[in-house]
Design a protein around this ligand. Structure first.
Ligand code: GLN
Ligand code: ZN
Length: 761
């Protein structure tokens, strides 16, 4: 019996890596400074795991940006535009791929399965020449060893790597990256051989794509790859790790029949079928890594239930062959609950963050070998019992209101075309109206004042005045830039979900419960522990102030129910849709109050609608149905003349375009520039779209300022597919993380581009 952790958060218990990265990017600290912070973080993680007795401790799950990009670097698969001249890939090329540089935009980034983590999408064409160009996996293994910690090096598996790649420019339609499998295997062989030489006895290949709906050709690629690697892997124990769902039957069969693989990691939290597959047959003599501790959430494990599951699995695979593990990498949960000094003690007792999950894995392992820590198990049962019976979890009125929503449907009374006409009469916007997505750069000053107010260091009056000044500045700037539909800039918001959660009942907050979203950017998901309601208006005060500062329309700015749900740690004691309906009713109250306060345009962001989509096709329709319904509930009660916007970012929308249309918003602004305008293809293919739409004209995730001509060209491309009567001009997403020195010229160029085109149409 032994214990294993699939992967660990790299950002640090207090986001040490984030600050080190940003300071390095700003030229305020050296590469050595950054490397020192990173090495300290790795060392403390390894030591912590070693201290609690974890046997299989992962290495190479650290990353300066993203593990898929690390793999791209390992394979030397640098797109030519980043002018890499061979040799070991250093920070400059690495971060150029991740973030772009003065002359070249960043590579595309997309969501990692159904998480809020984003990876850098590899671009592979038939001409790519692979070479072993980053020895990071080996370095990290050696580094841990030098600290006295034996680790299991983790690599993104070769087949998942290729399946997550996209064809390079020019060969989009004709090339399948999977055809490169024989080209990348030699590099994997080199890495494995170096790891062996360095003393590794195990290696872990993450192959999460195995949980997707894969056809037999693709499954064949797994068989091919691991058979091909077999001789290089001999002498090593090989773990293939899967997560985020159970394996489809065929995938289970394929992978468990591979000789080269000695251990299989399964997600037993999300996977309901896996135990049946194991019962039906598990290769004798091999290891089962049982992911019973949830890597996607913050709830304490039900240790008694897990122990029962583990015991039954042990009966199936044999003593000594069962390894206790996490359901997936702990990257997707918060880092350490110990730093939560402000959290209510009762709620805190219900939780386990990454550091606590490591202890849970260890406690389960010990219990399985007959060394059960009775006190630890008793405390755990008491916490679970208190959560079940706690009065703060249940609100009868909310339960009643949502019960009536199930099985019902809600639609606007009029068609979107009729509504747009009514709105245009009131708003009189030019064609190709310009707008932004909501947030403006959050200066140090704004952050500081918000922080001080929260800590009761300054008065409410001082806080409100600073925010008013900030809003006024943002409003005046937009007027100067001649933007048509204004925003207030969201200076009062730390985060688009947390801000609302803080004002809703049923939510709890952490101080340091950060989870990496991409690069140095983290989110701090609220914890939804109870029934949700809105005690009082949340945004009306700020939106009204902002509207009073200008004659131009001011967009009210809300986060939608599905996004609040998908970006929170959600209670696991009732179905997700039930919680989502509760949030929808709360947002509906807010929408109606904004309308009453004279806000004529209300944007309800659903940035995360796509990412909640279940990975497997047979579960998607149900999700889309309640998610889209939840959105419609929020605005079903508004007047035709109130324009409802929504916004979505970083997703592949094409497969859910019908659901997006079904949301029946009046205008949607949508990410478009970083994913190579993929979005447009769906309209090119004939999907009818009558509502307003603003496909983002430039990437806000990069410091690069787009030129006017470039934006004109972008919009022109879009005009070839979508009518000028429905087209809006806006950036890809909010401007919160940018600097004014980037935002001003970028928006100047954006407005100039819109005006240039208006004159031509
Ligand atoms: N309104 C939000 C903002 O501008 C939207 C952010 C998002 O889509 N992620 O910051
Ligand atoms: Zn966005």
């Amino acid at each position: 019996m032994a214990s294993h952790i699939v992967g660990y958060p790299r950002i640090g218990p207090k986001r040490e890596l984030k600050f080190a990265l940003e300071s390095f990017w700003d030229g305020k600290s050296s590469a050595e400074d950054l490397e020192r912070v990173a090495a300290d973080l790795r060392a403390s993680i390894w030591k912590q795991m070693a201290e609690v007795g974890i046997k299989y401790i992962p290495s190479n799950t650290f990353s300066y940006y993203d593990q898929v990009l690390d793999t791209t670097a390992m394979l030397g698969a640098v797109p030519t535009r980043y002018s890499w001249n061979g040799g070991e890939i250093g920070f400059d090329v690495y971060f150029s791929m991740a973030r772009g540089n003065a002359s070249v935009p960043a590579m595309e980034m997309t969501k990692w399965f159904d998480t809020n983590y984003h990876f850098i999408v590899p671009e592979l064409g038939p001409d790519v020449k692979f070479s072993y160009a980053s020895h990071k996996a080996v370095h990290e293994y050696k580094e841990a060893k030098a600290l006295g910690v034996e680790t299991i090096p983790v690599l993104v598996g070769p087949v998942s790597y290729l399946l997550l790649s996209k064809p390079a420019k020019g060969v989009e339609k004709s090339f399948s990256p999977l055809s490169l499998v024989n080209e990348i295997l030699p590099i994997y062989k080199e890495v494995v051989s170096e790891l062996k030489q360095a003393g590794a006895t195990w290696v872990q290949f993450d192959e999460p794509t195995l949980v997707m709906d894969l056809n037999s050709d693709i499954l064949q690629a797994f068989t091919h790859a691991y058979s091909e690697l077999e001789s290089s892997l001999s002498g090593l124990n090989v773990l293939v790790e899967t997560y985020f769902a159970d394996l489809p039957a065929e995938a289970y069969k394929t992978i468990t029949s591979l000789k080269a693989i000695t251990g299989f990691g399964f997600d037993l939290v999300r996977g309901s079928k896996t135990i049946d597959w194991v019962k039906d047959g598990f290769p004798s003599g091999k290891y089962l890594f049982a992911g019973v501790v949830d890597g996607r959430n913050i709830w304490a494990n039900d240790l008694t239930a897990s122990l029962y599951t583990l015991q039954s699995l042990e009966g199936l695979v044999g003593k000594g062959k069962l390894i206790v593990s996490t359901s997936c990498s702990l990257l997707h949960t918060a880092v350490d609950k110990e730093n939560e000094t402000m959290l209510d003690e009762e709620i805190k007792s219900w939780l386990a963050f990454a550091a606590q999950k490591v202890v849970e894995v260890s406690a389960l392992t010990k219990a399985l070998t007959g060394n059960k820590d009775e006190a630890f198990f008793t405390t755990n049962s008491a916490a679970l019992a208190s959560r079940k019976s706690s009065k703060r979890v249940t609100d009868e009125a909310v339960q009643k209101a949502t019960a009536t929503l199930k099985g019902s449907d809600h639609h606007r009374d009029t068609s979107v075309s009729a509504r747009l006409e009514a709105q245009q009469k009131k708003l009189s916007l030019p064609i190709l109206p310009t707008t932004t997505i909501g947030s403006f750069p959050q200066t140090m000053e704004v952050r500081k004042v918000r922080r001080e107010y929260k800590a009761n260091k300054i008065s409410e009056k001082a806080y409100v005045n600073t925010m008013k000044d900030e809003i006024n500045r943002v409003v005046k700037l937009q007027e100067e830039l001649d933007i048509d539909v204004l925003v207030h800039g969201e200076p009062e918001r730390n985060d688009m979900v947390e801000y609302f959660g803080e004002q809703l009942s049923g939510f709890a907050f952490t101080m340091n419960g950060w989870v990496q979203s991409y690069g140095s950017r983290c989110v701090k998901p609220p914890i939804i522990y109870g029934d949700v309601s809105r005690p009082k208006p949340m945004t009306v005060f700020w939106s009204s102030i902002a509207q009073s500062m200008t004659k131009r329309p001011m967009k009210g700015m809300l986060t939608g129910p599905v996004t609040i749900l998908n970006w929170s740690f959600v209670r696991d004691d009732q179905p997700r849709f039930e919680t989502c309906y509760q949030i929808a009713l709360a947002i509906k109250d807010e929408v109606e109050d904004l309308e009453k306060a004279g806000i004529n345009i209300i944007q309800i962001d659903e940035a995360a609608l796509r990412e909640g989509l279940p990975l497997r096709k047979d579960e998607q329709a149900f999700y889309l149905d309640w998610a889209v319904h939840s959105f419609r509930i929020t605005n079903v009660g508004v007047k035709d003349t109130t324009q409802i916007h929504t916004h979505m970012c970083y997703s592949n929308f094409n497969e859910i375009i019908r659901s997006i249309i079904n949301m029946d918003a009046d205008v949607i602004t949508i990410e478009n520039s970083r994913s190579d305008q993929k979005l447009l293809s769906v309209f090119r293919e004939g999907v009818k779209y009558n509502a307003g739409i603003g496909p983002g004209v430039y990437d806000i995730h990069s410091p690069r300022v787009p030129s006017k001509d470039e934006i004109v060209e972008r919009i022109n491309k879009t005009l070839g597919v979508l009518g000028s009567n429905i087209l809006w001009v806006n950036p890809d997403c909010g401007l919160k993380t940018r600097k004014y020195s980037e935002v001003k010229p970028a928006l100047t160029n954006m407005v100039a581009a819109a005006k240039h085109l208006r004159a031509q149409i």
